[in-house]
Design a protein around this ligand. Structure first.
Ligand code: ADP
Length: 490
């Protein structure tokens, strides 16, 4: 299966703009597009959720996949992403055509048949990397993303050669995809795969562990997170396996879509700007204050946040520190949704401090852009953060982040010190301990810097000059692919 131009199947449960619950949706759209520019023949495989099918009504059928074990038959449809990257849609109405989210129903409960839904996706991914591919095309590399596709490397392992090599990328180790072991047979895997050296994880069948155990190469989305997940603190029980496989594990930071997230051309914000006319940020701040019903005070430092409201993201830390900071003239706006108690804690603060604190529950692309553009500081106090995208957007928008020094945050933000300001590298404010006092101290430090307009401009411009695009990370993925293809051919 050696090819000068690697054929990569990028198997994913979400892909912007069709279906996105977080960073993986963005990565799935942007990375394959960047790979194309590097002469990799990438195709994306995505389940046929209603929103995906609606976008490609009348799509041509490429092939059919027969029923196997208790996985229903499925049609593969031909589509393409807005970037032009070919998209293969797995159309299986009994598994995917239902109202609600990709993983949960409208009430926020996991779909009870997620094991079958993503077992099927994984099986199809593996099939397209085998000699039995029902399409004329087959992959040299099956690139899997998170637990939803984690079973594909296991399926490939039990596929007779020639077969594709597999890459498993961990976007978030916290989600394991654990199911009843009877699924092993129902998904057509041999009983011996259900073992410590296989799919078994504490008496359950784990899709994530399958990927981590069987994939030929492992990657995760930042170098620091690659180190962190080998420790008991961040390893989610998989740290032993990851330490064992550390020679196969690479940390490659995510990129961002620098066209979509560009303050100089962003149609979703009030006033466009670049490093040379940062004064235009003021109009965005005013628009943000108006839109959210906050007092129109240009002089009040504005703290923004766009996030899932969860323990991981440290939303509780923000709710804890805000009351103690309100002696300062600052304003705060958050956009997001998540765990009920986190939503509630933030909402009750907004209720108590109208005009100064605003909390918007829901997903709102336009407001997310306006917060990036209009805020003065961006908060990301994550307890762990595999890569994180918003801190890169905020640097690009001249809105320095205040973030915990973990995972991709530590890799993409340079803390402001006398030294880093002097050498022109400072871009934000990092703090160590996941505690409210540590966050409060970092915010106070940032506000001190904000009061010095010259230093602040320098900080903004340093961040705006950083290259967070996809080409460099995409090159790193190509290296991983080429290594695997070369090893397969040797
Ligand atoms: P994660 O994937 O862990 O949720 P990331 O920072 O990697 O976090 O990616 C989150 C992505 O989702 C970013 O593109 C961010 O702007 C977007 N996002 C998150 N919540 C919202 C929201 N409520 N409205 C709009 N965009 C959001």
């Amino acid at each position: 299966m050696k090819s000068p131009r690697p054929r990569v199947l990028f198997a994913t449960p979400e892909c912007a703009p069709f279906v996105k619950t977080g960073g993986l949706g963005d990565v799935s759209a942007a990375l394959p597009a960047a790979l194309h520019e590097l002469d990799v023949e990438a195709r994306v495989l995505l389940p046929g959720y209603p929103g995906v099918l609606a976008a490609f009504r009348g799509a041509r059928e490429l092939a059919t996949v027969a029923q196997a074990a208790s996985v229903p038959a499925c049609r593969l449809l031909e589509a393409s992403l807005p970037s032009g990257v070919p998209l293969i849609v797995a159309d299986c109405p009994t598994l995917y055509a239902r109202d609600g989210g990709p993983y949960q129903d409208a009430g926020g409960h996991d779909w009870p048949d997620n094991g079958h839904r993503f077992g099927a996706l994984s099986r199809i991914a593996a099939l397209l990397g085998s000699a039995a591919s029902p399409m004329e095309w087959h992959a040299d590399i099956v690139h899997c993303n998170d637990w939803q596709t984690g079973l594909a490397p296991a399926c490939l392992h039990y596929t007779p050669p020639p077969r594709a090599r597999s890459v498993m990328t961990v976007h978030n180790l916290a989600f394991h995809g654990s199911f009843d072991p009877r699924l092993v047979a129902e998904l057509g895997l041999p009983p011996e795969s259900y073992a410590m050296e296989g799919l078994e994880f504490h008496g359950r069948m784990s899709f994530l562990k399958a990927g981590l155990h069987y994939a030929d190469a492992l990657t995760t989305v930042s170098p620091t997170y690659a180190r962190e997940i080998q420790t008991p603190e961040h390893g989610a029980g998989m740290d032993g396996l990851l330490r064992k496989r550390r020679a196969d594990l690479t940390g490659i930071r995510n990129g961002i879509d620098t066209t979509y997230w560009n303050p100089a051309t962003d149609a979703l914000i009030e006033s466009r700007y670049g490093p040379e006319n940062l004064g235009a940020k003021r109009a965005n701040k005013r628009a943000l204050q108006r839109r959210l019903g906050l007092d129109e005070k240009p002089e009040a430092p504005f703290l923004g946040m766009v996030s899932r409201f969860t323990h991981q993201k440290g939303t509780d830390l923000v709710a804890d520190v805000l009351p103690g900071l309100l002696g300062l003239p600052l304003q705060f706006a958050a956009l997001g949704s998540g765990e009920r108690e986190h939503e509630h804690a933030l909402r009750s603060l907004a209720d108590r401090h109208p005009g100064r604190i605003s909390v918007t529950l829901g997903f709102d692309e336009t407001l997310a852009h306006l917060i990036e553009a209009g805020a003065d500081l961006f908060l990301m106090p994550s307890r762990f953060e595999p890569c994180g995208l918003n801190q890169m957007y905020s640097q690009r928008y001249g809105t320095p982040p205040v973030a915990r020094a973990t995972g991709g945050l530590a890799d993409t933000i340079v803390d402001t010190t006398t030294q880093s300001l002097a050498d022109g590298t400072a871009t934000g404010f990092l703090f160590g301990e996941a505690s409210a006092p540590a966050l409060a101290a970092a915010i106070r430090r940032a506000l001190d810097a904000w009061r010095d307009p010259v230093a602040w401009r320098a900080l903004q411009r340093n961040g705006m000059a950083r290259d967070f695009g996809w080409m460099e990370p995409a090159r790193r993925y190509v290296e991983v692919y080429r290594r695997l293809v070369a090893a397969a051919g040797s």
